[in-house]
Write a protein that binds this ligand. Sequence first.
Ligand code: BEZ
Length: 261
Amino acid sequence: MSDSGVKTPGWDAGHYHQAFGFIHRLGANLVEQLDPKPGETILDLGCGTGKMAAEIAARGASVIGLDSDPAMIEHARTAHPGLDFVCANGEAFRLKQQVDGILSNAALHWMTRPQRVIGAMARALKPGGRLALEMGGHRNVATVVEAIYAVLAEAGVPEAKWPRPWYFPRLGEYCTRLERGGFEIAEAQLFDRPTPLDDLEDGMADWLRMFVRPFLAPLPPERHAAVIASVVERTKPSLCVNGRWLVDYRRLRVLARRDVS
Ligand code: BEZ
């Protein structure tokens, strides 16, 4: 999902759904932590193709899946015709009714104006309502980010023009923002989660083609494949061990409640 003036990568929702299922699998126990119950309404913020929304619904809760990308929402509606999906900006959305819980997995780092997102989440939640989120944390995929900027520099793109489409906050920074925005933190963790790309036929190249399109904006399309190939070469010595890609993900996971007063 993406918002905030940073153009969305133009998601290939079908390929994402089929090959990037590991993102959903790795975040799956967030649903358990949120613990949706029959009779509740839960918002899945940055729902992508709707896999987690379907899990929430399977627990008997009503679910609203929200994503800013029309292709993701179209895919979610087709895959889960009984569920409610909304195409809206995560930094500015308003729901018709307040919900009992919000879950967000691997989406909030695409929204680079966190205070707006937190404001929208606080508006959407009932007082005492639960929030369970996981996103990239400080130095998430740092080897990849450093390689991308090195390749952009080599290609002659000045630093002032390097795109910054991802927001990977420190634990204290994000918790402070949440507290200022009307949430009480119950649990918060920042942890390493080296993530294998075994599901991807073309490993890191496939991962880059899915996710780094916003970084390529300063260069003409005919140069994009060469940039991706250079980033693969630069990251290989540290992230590819015995032919297996393991990306240096770092996750920020927070459980919180909206303040009662
Ligand atoms: C993440 O889930 O941490 C992530 C995925 C793609 C690009 C950036 C971050």
